[in-house]
Design a binder for this molecule. Structure first.
Ligand code: U2P
Length: 239
């Protein structure tokens, strides 16, 4: 009897280890690193608001670092007790994030009298929705630090400017935008568009892919590009 019980324990243990491995390997496959053009949030019907720190520089800002699956779907809101957003872990991140990861959504009038966007609310939202799903690789501080390092490493605006593509309200070929980014970075980028208040398509987001190990500067060819929703030529709005 005793023998039978003790042989059951290792089997149970092995099953638990196998289940844990399945869970870890299903975490996610790679990251989308998404940068957005603020001018394309501000000239929409909804418009935009600026953080208390004022109008951010005329540059791409981070939208987020999103764990993704190879089939194009993505995990979200993987919140648990050990990964809840902790504002105190943001103190040394804030100055860099204010510059490179600013919020542009206007606050709800019902909830506040402020007319400013709320950076901390955006960072919490991005952590809760996306960061919690890659917690096995990057804990909260590392998630923001790593993402801001990626932003510092790839200067998309400079790449476009070097090739005569300027935020001057004129139209540019999406193919050309993709080509110059490929030449400068070595990787195919996803280009996402939205529409301004008059219905013109415009350059909204540029997406690059990052290895799930989050090793430094680990850009990779995207296993799957985000949905292409741009016409051949798009406006690059002034900001
Ligand atoms: O595209 C609209 C919003 O859906 C979320 N999104 C989209 C594509 C994808 O691959 N992953 C993903 O998360 C984004 O939501 P947000 O982080 O802004 O809440 C995107 O803005």
């Amino acid at each position: 009897m005793k023998m039978a019980n003790s042989s059951i324990i290792p089997i149970k243990f092995l099953i638990l280890v196998a289940l844990a491995n399945i869970c870890v390997s299903q975490d996610f496959d790679f990251f989308y690193f998404v940068q957005q053009w603020p001018g394309s949030s501000c000239d929409t019907k909804q418009g935009c608001c600026f953080p208390q720190t004022g109008k951010p520089a005329s540059n791409f800002t981070v939208h987020g670092l999103w764990p993704n699956f190879n089939n194009g779907s993505f995990p979200s809101n993987c919140k648990s007790v050990e990964n809840s957003f902790d504002e105190s872990k943001m103190s040394d991140i804030v100055p860099r994030a204010e510059t490179s990861w600013a919020a542009f959504s206007c606050p709800s009038k019902k909830k506040t009298n402020s007319t400013n966007s709320d950076n901390m609310k955006l960072w919490k939202h991005e952590w809760d929705k996306h960061g919690t799903c890659s917690h096995s690789v990057l804990h909260q501080h590392a998630y923001f630090d790593f993402t801001l390092n990626l932003k510092d490493h790839i200067d998309l605006l400079q790449i476009l400017l070097n090739n005569g593509i300027k935020p001057d309200g004129k139209n540019y070929s999406v193919e050309k935008i993709r080509q110059v980014i490929k030449e400068a970075t070595g990787f195919e980028a996803g280009i996402r568009c939205n529409t301004d208040a008059s219905g013109n398509s415009q350059l909204n987001e540029i997406v690059l892919c990052v290895d799930k190990s989050a090793a430094s500067r680990s850009f990779i060819e995207c296993p799957i590009l985000p949905d292409a929703n741009c016409p051949d030529n798009v406006e690059f709005p002034i900001f």
